[in-house]
Design a protein around this ligand. Sequence first.
Ligand code: ADP
Ligand code: MG
Length: 246
Amino acid sequence: MLKINNLCVEVEDKKILNKLNLEVGDDEIHVIMGPNGAGKSTICKAIMSHPDYKITKGTISFNDKVISNMKTDEISREGIFYLMQSPTEIPGVTNAELLRAVSHEKNESKSIFEFNKELNNACEELGIDKSYIHHEINVRMSGGEKKKNEFLQLYELRPKLILLDELDSGLDVDALKELSESLMKYKKEKHASILIITHHVNILDYIKPDCVHILKDGSIFKSGDISLANKIEKEGFSRAFEVDEV
Ligand code: ADP
Ligand code: MG
């Protein structure tokens, strides 16, 4: 599904990712952990072709198609969804307006009645208030509310690959459980893949990973199963890096 090959990325002439290789298969969940500033968010931004993040070497492909030379909206259309660490506020545009535009873009001939019903169901599924539907996108919302709000978009866009950048930041325990469970339900139905960036193993109680990667200085330092994440939680990154470097 997702293949990152020998990827080097620079931001403002600073090298962030350095010969990064990563493969996420169909229906798989991969986790990336790493200290602050290791380049975790940069991976997501490079996948989504953020204009500030310059790919100087390597390729990113999705379902055997090279996407590293494509524009962000084209990548999104291929079926990749990025839930940012701090979702952007878009004043003046409501969720309903954005999602109706998405539906038109997909050439879905849904009546306004069907569309409203779908959004109402999505709110119920996500345990969010129906007033979100006509709320301006992420405007004046808390960190946790923004994450929930982004899930509404996810439900409408129906991606095949979901990039979750610190979903757990800003979410209370109940909301984390609720969103994780609905995400797993979505994954089961759609056989989607998930790349999740996190600092805490709590989220992995709900979203069970197939593979855990530790990022250090812009490349994958080590990969393993859930036991690697538990080890990091117990011992910290510096201990893990020290031990492996001896
Ligand atoms: P992580 O998500 O692992 O904490 P990031 O990928 O956000 O780290 O950032 C990696 C490094 O790149 C950091 O040193 C950060 O300061 C730098 N960086 C990220 N984005 C930018 C940007 N837009 N401009 C300048 N430096 C950036
Ligand atoms: Mg980050």
